[in-house]
Design a protein around this ligand. Structure first.
Ligand code: SF4
Ligand code: SF4
Length: 506
């Protein structure tokens, strides 16, 4: 989920006529003092981060004048709090708050609808407030066709003893908040606190909006370049991984770097899961044996082999990892041969020099393990494949044993990849398939043809060509299953290469 900063969230509220304190986002102390001067009142200076609880960690300060605002901004800007380096502060009018309320809208997966939560008491520790004062809470399921209508909001609030003028403002705020949530396909919107000032005005004093990852492309105006929910800005590798996923809707690929600066006395593994729950279990199993995870990665939902290949390349690009541990749900409905092929291509291209243990539980798992183990026999490090009958704990144990036994080659050379010349090629959804015909002419197996499950290759004068149009192959008839390349490597003359570039990949 893509989280917006407070100032971005407030811009959206403003557009929907929800009052917010006047303020400005600033990147330097000078800008902060200028903003305070312009506001011409005491101001709050707030670090723009994705995590909550900023006040407790020195991320919020108050200033009476522009000089103080500059000093506080200087202290906050550039500070690293919880792995997040603050690059911007919001300087805004300090409100004289009399009362605090709370409102949120979240997608309730059980209700399959947005649910409005309103609390008469707001502020920090809202979960405790909800527990201690259940009578101050309203929960209301929103009809996405009609939104929240004025009379509904008023009826909801009438159970509380709210002064008439305030009641109308809060009710309007709730109606408009629902409009914001629906317009931007938010997974969650939260205003905490809704501030009621001494002057009897109602403001959204703090706000956070999280947009559904899969809706981000419909809202280019939000300027979201990385649709993932993180507490810290993405690393270059996180961004690279996201660039692979963002336009390829076949299956899912999630990657996040957990450690960048490896400690000398720790051992780090690249982790590649498939399916949330099984991945959690697998990560626990390996961490119990004293290993650290360099990254979390998930490829699931029946991803093409090309996506698994790129995921593996990204995991392996983390220099200094000691092993590759792949283990997920164990009973995935996705065809595991695609995962196996993606891994094999990456392991061969990298000449894998760290042990790998991969649990490929799910459809066609026996075949997948066979492909994984047989096709990687030429790499220096051991590669072991397992199925659903082998527990995550057993796989972690094998990983541990291999890591203790295997001594990586000091001078590991990657092989040259690709063909010496290309006589025929066609584009696929994210790459291209290439052939070198002098090798094809010498080949007796022509295995590329039968290994192409979608049946889009045929022989013409003894060499493979497309049996469908170039346009259809590009649109997805070529499923990027990697069958042609890998079977050719094993049984043919190495006359085929599936080129799957990764943007900006070193
Ligand atoms: S299997 Fe390989 S070498 Fe043989 S025809 Fe197909 S692509 Fe060419
Ligand atoms: S040409 Fe056929 S075998 Fe080769 S990647 Fe495409 S679909 Fe797979």
């Amino acid at each position: 989920m893509a989280r917006l900063f407070e100032y971005q969230s407030k811009e959206l509220l403003k557009k929907q006529n929800i009052p917010v304190p006047s303020g400005k986002v600033c990147q330097t102390p000078k800008q902060a003092s200028d903003a305070a001067r312009e506001i011409n009142k005491p101001v709050a200076i707030k670090a723009q981060t994705w995590f909550t609880g900023r006040a407790a960690v020195g991320g919020i300060g108050f200033a009476e004048n522009p000089e103080e605002a500059s000093g506080i901004a200087k202290n906050i800007l550039g500070k690293t709090i919880r792995n997040f380096t603050v690059g911007e502060v919001l300087v805004e009018e300090k409100l004289s708050i009399k009362d605090e309320m709370f409102a949120s809208i979240t997608i309730d997966d059980l209700e399959r609808a947005p649910v409005l939560l309103f609390s008469l008491k707001g502020g920090s520790g809202i979960e405790k407030i909800a527990r201690d004062y259940p009578e101050s809470i309203i929960k209301y399921t929103i009809d996405i066709n009609s939104g929240l209508r004025d009379f509904e909001a008023l009826n909801l609030l009438r159970k509380f003893d709210i002064e008439g003028k305030i009641l109308l403002q809060v009710s309007r705020l709730l109606v408009n908040l629902v409009k914001v949530a629906l317009a931007y396909e938010a997974r969650s919107v939260e205003i905490n606190p809704i501030a009621v000032t001494e002057e009897g005005k109602v403001f959204a004093a703090d706000c956070r909006i999280t947009v559904d990852d899969y809706a981000v492309f419909r809202h280019p105006d939000l300027g979201i370049t990385y649709a993932r929910e993180l507490d810290a800005p993405p690393t270059p590798l996180d961004k690279l991984a996201y660039s692979i996923e963002k336009d390829d809707y076949r299956g899912t690929f999630y990657f996040i770097q957990l450690e960048k600066n490896f400690k000398k006395n720790e051992r780090y593994l690249g982790f590649h899961g498939a399916g949330g729950g099984g991945s959690m279990m697998s990560m626990d199993a390996i961490q119990r044996r004293g290993y650290k995870l360099a990254n979390f990665c998930d490829t699931s939902g029946n991803p093409p082999a090309s996506k698994v290949y790129r995921a593996a390349k990204i995991i392996l690009s983390q220099k200094g990892i000691d092993g590759y541990f792949g283990s997920g749900s164990g009973v995935a409905s996705q065809e595991q041969i695609h995962s196996a092929r993606g891994l094999v291509k990456a392991f061969l291209e990298e000449n894998l020099n760290i042990p790998a243990v991969i649990r490929l539980g799910g459809n066609m798992e026996e075949k997948a393990v066979e492909i994984l183990q047989n096709y990687t026999k030429g790499v220096p490090a051991p590669v072991e494949g397992y199925t659903k009958d082998d527990s995550a704990d057993y796989c972690a144990e094998r990983m541990d044993e291999l890591l203790k036994e295997y001594k990586p080659l000091k001078d590991n050379k990657k092989p040259e990849v690709g063909l010496k010349k290309v006589d025929y090629e066609f584009e696929t959804v994210t790459g291209s398939v290439k052939f070198q015909y002098d090798l094809c002419m010498k080949c007796s197996s022509k295995i590329c043809i039968e290994s192409c499950e979608p049946n889009i290759l045929k022989l013409e004068n003894g060499a493979p060509v497309l049996a469908v149009s170039v346009a259809d192959a590009k649109k997805g008839k070529c499923t990027e299953c990697l069958g042609c390349e890998l079977e050719c490597r094993m049984h043919g003359e190495n006359g085929c290469y599936v080129d799957l570039p990764v943007e900006d990949f070193a």
